[in-house]
Write a protein that binds this ligand. Sequence first.
Ligand code: SF4
Ligand code: SF4
Length: 399
Amino acid sequence: MADRREIQDLPLWVTMRAHRAPASFELELTARCNNHCRHCYIDLPAGDECARAAELTTDEVLALGREAADLGALWCLLTGGEPLLRDDFAEVYVGLRRLGLLVSVFTNACLVSPAHAELFRRYPPRDLEVTVYGATRETYEAVTRRPGSYIAFRRGLDLLFEAGLPVRLKAMALRSNLHEFDEIGRFCRGHTADFYRFDPFLHLRLDGDATRNAEIRAERLTPEEVVILEGTDEQRIAALHRGCRDGTLIWPDTQEACRYGLDHIFHCGAGESSFSVGYDGTFRLCSALCHPDTVFPLRTHGGEPGTLRVDDGDEPGTLRDGALREAWEQWVPHVRGLRSAAPEYLEKCRRCGIVNLCAWCPAHAALETGRLDAWVERFCEVAQARATALREGDGVGRT
Ligand code: SF4
Ligand code: SF4
């Protein structure tokens, strides 16, 4: 197989960061999906006409790709929902490739046809990332809530492998599939030699849907379960140790504090070398950052910033020329300059010694609480459990 180094490890990437060019961007082609996963933070029904009407058109997607490439972008991730649900997927994909962009695609693989496999063979993607929800039909469909989805997933995956495509597999750890997570890991490692990752953090809905959020919360593992699961993965434990800087559970405070000041909210990489565009043309600094104070509409009018749905009868609007450049050059610095006066944030998260073990970030805090600078009890519990496990060695990693 060709060089599988991460793009972020290449010297060019570092140079681009120094020049504040958007090296990569994510395009959420649709929020619609053929599945209806219990833990999903975005999915709307495949036939949701309202959501479909709000989607960026083919021309708009390609115009955004062109503008992003002009700004310096090299790499585009197509995601959803399920991006293959778009009738114009092939046109969009080839159009972006012809702009010279590396393109990755996140897909559940259920809709992959021989034509898709041929398309990817002719115009190779950087990679295709497929999520494995279960290793058996029962578990897979308990998560996706779509009868027949397991067979479709296996068929789609086989087509991709038979075409020799660079497929990466990943899994979400949730209550509905925890009992066969070892089997899921074996399935993934058995099919992809160079890449498998799992994620035990289930984020809440971008649209704030209360019923769906309750379902997501019910699927979350306890902090103890998260730690036990992570303890089975040596690479993950090693990465957590690296994040702690030589094993000391320390936030890289001096550098960060000088750079941003202690009351700044953003100290992650959101908007530093990448951005995300929602299916309705809403610019975000990262895919999870939907707080109304942080999003920027790239269309002249349409859905209210920070919402995912366009109300019935609302026109989705049209893409403004130069809107992406404006968002990147003016809006991003404004958002990254946001400051907090919340004592809890300033005293806890901003000075936290184990922040590198924590899922806390402004985007995730806002999804949990509606506030960018809120302390989140659940995140704290998981981070404390991780810190305890690392300190004690817990039978894995370093002691
Ligand atoms: S397949 Fe992916 S996008 Fe679709 S419902 Fe499941 S998690 Fe959501
Ligand atoms: S939630 Fe807790 S562990 Fe996470 S950054 Fe805040 S204080 Fe630290």
